[in-house]
Write a protein that binds this ligand. Structure first.
Ligand SMILES: Nc1ncnc2c1ncn2[C@@H]1O[C@H](COP(=O)(O)OP(=O)(O)OP(=O)(O)O)[C@@H](O)[C@H]1O
Length: 253
């Protein structure tokens, strides 16, 4: 994948190759600027198509998302994806109350009007928001960053996605909130047999959730395989460096 800047294309991702089975979690770890968000946006199709060049195949359930981008088939593929980003305010409409935001997704999924409030409250409880009913009246800016992110997680999971793409969903949160959100996502994947690609700067996040691990460096995957194997026997010097940085600040692995 390459971005066009001043009429010239610059490669950001090269030779990216991985696969993920239903129910599996892949963590993609790398420092800032290594291309994680670019990878997430290429999978999601959320990039400026006029100024981006992309080649290859991105298959979801055997269907190539790049080929079907302009096709009605892609609507079905899009519905299978749950998206969580680092900043929930890029997903939440600042002028829409939380309840209305949730209702839109529920209605899209065929929930009738009479049941909307009940389902919204249930989903907010599911993501760890106990005072759900009173929160439905609020606007995003009236919630803390943690609660905004929990609402964003609820929105992502409401559509029953078979695949979640989570771009640094816990960056900036304390360890307890981080663990709660990660546990929630892992439980969802286990319960629904869904896959997840989680992108993070933090090896600790990968240690919490990953079955498979891909290490990104300068737009390439430099090490890829079972998370357990890589944590116990990292082969690439960059992987070792990331592990050493992580071990200095935490003791998960
Ligand atoms: N729209 C764009 N146009 C041009 N260059 C871009 C664009 N988006 C990202 N880049 C560049 O692509 C490279 C990878 O950026 P990307 O945001 O994917 O990294 P990242 O690993 O997600 O970083 P972070 O962890 O800080 O979010 C960076 O050099 C960045 O400046």
């Amino acid at each position: 994948m390459a971005y066009q800047v001043r009429k010239k294309f610059y490669n950001v991702l090269t030779d990216i190759n991985f696969s993920l089975a239903r129910g599996e979690i892949l963590a993609v770890v790398g420092e800032s600027g290594t291309g994680k968000s670019t990878l997430a946006s290429s999978i999601l199709g959320l990039y400026d198509k006029d100024n981006t060049a992309i080649s290859g195949q991105i298959k979801l359930d055997g269907r190539d998302r790049l080929r079907f981008r302009h096709d009605s088939l892609n609507n079905g593929l899009q519905d299978q994806l749950g998206v969580i980003v680092n900043n929930p305010l890029t997903i939440l409409n600042p002028f829409r109350r939380i309840g209305a935001e949730l209702n839109m997704v529920l209605q899209h999924n065929g929930i009738n009007k009479a049941s909307l409030a009940k389902f919204s409250a249930q989903f907010l409880k599911y993501v760890g928001m106990p005072e759900a009913r009173s929160l439905l009246k609020l606007f995003p800016a009236e919630l803390s960053a943690e609660l905004q992110q929990r609402v964003a997680v609820a929105l992502a999971l409401m559509g029953n996605p078979t695949m979640i793409v989570a771009d640094d969903p816990t960056r900036g949160f304390d360890k307890i909130v981080q663990a709660q959100i990660l546990n929630l996502l892992v439980e969802y994947c286990t319960e629904k047999h869904a896959g997840m690609i989680i992108l993070s700067q933090d090896m600790g996040v990968a240690a919490e959730v990953a079955d498979q691990l891909a290490i990104m460096y300068e737009g390439q995957i430099v090490e890829y395989g079972s998370a357990a194997t890589i944590f116990h026997n990292p082969l690439h010097p960059y992987t070792r460096r990331l592990l050493n940085v992580g071990r200095e600040s935490c003791c998960h692995y």
